[in-house]
Structure formats: structure tokens, C-alpha cells
Design a protein around this ligand. Sequence first.
Ligand code: PEP
Ligand code: MN
Length: 342
Amino acid sequence: MLIVTKPGISKEAFRALLEEIKRQGYTPHVSEGESHTLIGAVGAPPTPELMEHFRALPGVDQVIRISKPHKLASWEVHPEPTVVDFSTGRTGDGRFMVAAGPCGVESREQILTAARYVKEHGGQMLRGGAFKPRTSPYAFQGLGVEGLKLLAEARAETGLPVVTEVTSPDLVEVVAEYADVLQIGARNAQNFALLKAAGGSGKPVLLKRGMSMTLDEFLMAAEYVLSEGNPNVILVERGIRTFEKSTRFTLDVSAVPVLKSQTHLPVWIDPSHAAGRRDYVTPLALAGTAAGADGIIVETHPNPEQAKSDAAQQLHEEEFAALMEAVRRLLPAVDKALAAQA
Ligand code: PEP
Ligand code: MN
């Protein structure tokens, strides 16, 4: 339920209200508004008697049932857009962010070269997998902690914040030590133990949509992170499985306006994993941008033909530069500009 406090509520009454929420078995999530404060009291559906009980407490203005199952992700509990802040950047503030880099970190030279040109062409964040979730156990699994160290080196040189995937709960601690943003991939989007562990890490989480997830299920996955007390979640549409075989997945462009209408969280798209082919990446990136996405995450590799994973979809440097130019030209049409670089 949502408890709206009166504008002049005293500190003591507010504290007592939080205590009473907890005593009744609910977890309070406070959202400060300009005139009054909202408290999302999250737990079992409240009885009419319980709602009446809260209505009668000092300093309480309204008690409202939250209709959505994904309560903390909903606009009802958080009427302002969430700005996800990491030390060297932010997304969800109306500016457009581009995270780019290779699918996987393969070598020092590869990741440093990519980081340098991502920065040069205007990207604001570096991506690169150190722990790779691969369909085949025989495929390249990533460099692990060595890859995390190389990402940290690339950040130290370029200033770009780093997003990298965490594939299991026991790796959250080490990935959080090196990364600015933890990525949870499509294959793990309903790994609830992982979502909770990432939620508890205190680091922002970039959550990909599972390839067979409805948008409601996607928002419920985000709810797992939020309910651990971590408000910093970026939602990423990365293509879903359909009957169409000419692309690797089908980019669900409608996810952007639908999610935006349902949640205050920033919404990005990943055109690379949807397309599966580099020649389709830029048109899909532009479609997502035009649909109102807050950012994109795109794969680019200094030598894509030699890439150890996702070789067919990674952009060459010149293609990445052209994509940045096209995004820059499109952004004014959707009242946005590129985010500042660190
Ligand atoms: C990736 O970003 O490299 C990746 C594996 O993405 P997804 O989880 O969307 O397939
Ligand atoms: Mn990839």
C-alpha cells in the first residue's frame, strides 16, 4: 500500500509511522516529493481494516492500495523518473547514454583499443564481458577476474565507467569490486538468487530482458533488485524470441513506450543481441532511440571478424563512429542530447 504523509508531519510522527509499518510486517520505501512524502509499504495485500488503521495515525494524509504487482517499479510509488547515478555518469535524467565495447574482454590490447575509440567517438560507458554466459560449455567463457582487471585499467585510462556481466550470486562481490554497473544478462533475468545478490551489492544494475519474458515478468525481475533496497536499475530490451529467423532475436521496440508508461526506471535498448548481424544494428539502435529509450548498449570490437564471441554482430570502429553520428543527428527530434562524458 502507499501511504501519503501530510505536508507538515513531525519527525517523531514520521519515525513512529515507519516503526508501525514494520511492526505490521511491511517494508517501508520512502520517496520524498516536493510537497509530501510517499511511503511504499511493501508486503501482503492489506486488509481494509489495516488501511483504516494507518489512515487514523498522526500525520497520515492518504492510504492507497497499489494496483500493480511490481510496486516499487511503478509510478505510483515513485512519481519522478529514477536517475541512476554512478560515480562517473548518470542515466534517466533526460540525456541519452551510449555504452559500447566488445562482447567479451579478450586481451589488454583489445579492450584498451576499444575503450579509446568508444571515448573518442563520444560513448559514455564501456561494456565488455569478463564472465560470459555461453550456450555451449566448449565456447570461450571469458577471462574472469583477469578481464575485470583489464576493464578497470581501461576505466583508469579513459575515465569511462564500466558495465560488465555477473553470472552467479557468488561472483557479485568480485564483479562489484571492479565494475561501476552490474549487468544481469537475458539468460539470468529470472535467476532470483542473482537478482537479490545484485540488489544487495549497492551497485547499479543493468538488467536485460529475458528472451521469453513478458514485460510484466521483466518488471517483476526488476522488483527483486528494488526490494533489496537498491533503487538503481536500468531496464534493457535486447530482443525476444519469435518465429522470425532473419534476425537473431526480434527487437521489441514497443517495450520502450510500454515500459516508460509503467515504470520510472530508465529504459535502454541493446540492438546488437537483437540483430545478431552488424548491418542491422544501426537501424535498430535508431528505432529504439526514436521510440524514447534513455540509452543504448552496443557491441563493437577492434577486429570483429576475430572476436571470440558474437563476431557477426560487433561493429567495426568506423561503423560505431557512424552510429554515434546518426544518433547525434536523431536526438534533437526526440528532445534529447547525448549525456556528458566523464
Ligand atoms: C552480452 O551483453 O554480451 C549478452 C550476453 O547479452 P544478453 O544477455 O542480452 O544475451
Ligand atoms: Mn554479446
